[in-house]
Ligand binder design. Sequence first.
Ligand code: SF4
Length: 504
Amino acid sequence: MLPSFFDSVLQLIVRTSTDLPPDVRAAMRLARENEPTETRSGQALTIIAQNIDLAVDGEGAICQDTGMPTFEVRTPVGANQIWMRAQIREAIAEATRRGKLRPNSVDSITGANSGDNLGPGTPIIHFEQWEKDDIEVKLILKGGGCENTNAQYSLPVELPHLGRADRTLEGVKKAILHAVWNAQGKGCSPGAVGVCIGGDRTSGYTHAKEQLFRTLDDVNPDKRLAELEASIMGTVNNLDIGTMGFGGNVTLIGCKIGVLNRLPASFFVSVAYDCWAFRRLGVVLDASGAIDHWLYRDPSHPIIPMLDQAGFTRTGREVVLQAPLGEADVRSLKVGDVVLVSGPVFTGRDAVHSHLMKHDPPVDLRGSVLYHCGPVVVKEGDRWRVTAAGPTTSIREEPYQGEIIKRYGVRAVIGKGGMGAKTLAALKEHGAVYLNAIGGAAQFYARTIERVDDVSLMEFGTPEAMWHLTVKEFPAIVTMDAHGNSLHKDIEQESGQHLEAMMA
Ligand code: SF4
């Protein structure tokens, strides 16, 4: 067998979760250069840059959502793929035990978390044989927030702001633009899209995701597709969606398009959206299973830090919020304000929200700050320590949030990507605000957590439990206020108008 195979795969997982590949770093550096630092997007990009540095320095997960691990493995003819699959699964479980991956695999019917990232369909492992002696293992970790913004179009189709998308490359362009516009900041922009033209519904999505294994700076060998990729990049970055959907100059850092044959009756365009935390690496193994060389990165080149500063850069305009909050505290806030939250914060994701609709909360939530977050948490002796704690996508809680604000007196909700009309109405009626934190900045936010005070509802598993945290100067932006204003609604409308004007 291959005595070093397990260790090599484990190294690949840990490195992928903690160290962004050089091509993505370069794209994010460029994004920072193109965004004035004092703007909302500029401030967000500064936090993201610090987060990237913190993750690699401390070998911590770049984002707390370590995603669906997807392996693409190429093996020589005759290699034992059954054994390799078992080893890869064991390496995933070990990386989870070490806190490098968040336990992310849940039973689809009961919601029970397997605790080790193993389960039917998790992780995804694709094998392919090739006529070489090497073994190549590539890995992508793609989180739920961006996965939920994937889209598939069956052309021809009528699209808002874009009109009819026909079975032409122009129609394909419209479908891709619609997917990016529809994602807004929910997939933690600036993101990258992998696209497949054609195939069937299943192969289309698979091939779209495979495009994300291309480097951001490569050039498509198919001239027609290279032109389409360039044309998409030229258009989307004028939509003014920006980082986290805050408005700004950089919405996408890459567009990679592949093509498959299709049935004459079908014409699918499949779009796989990946966030800025674009975690993808690979290794080529020698005959013992040891790493011969890395793909996408060269360990002999030093990692260049994204920036040379630590901590949040204050402008002097930040509003300090000390939780628990009163109604006057939140009514005085308006969209665009940058806040620094200190004091107790409670986490709550899907399971907690669903629970609170039927049961009283385990703590008094009057005046509270509720954080949409599923942290990575490790137990050290009898204490818990949060090692990664960025926001999760808030829109999933839209069916519950307004009622929870009303029933329990929550004054601030922290999350990412914004919420809908029901929550906006509840914020106004009951006096509360929505604070948008920077998606994926899990290391940065983990360092604002002074301590874990307690935990409730552990039966939902660590990401879904309600963690009682004390935070200090946790930065976020008011994107929905208690006066009926929503930055998300405004940016969506304005970017839609930009789309119309560009395609007219
Ligand atoms: S950066 Fe955002 S979209 Fe990406 S995995 Fe993290 S939370 Fe999800």
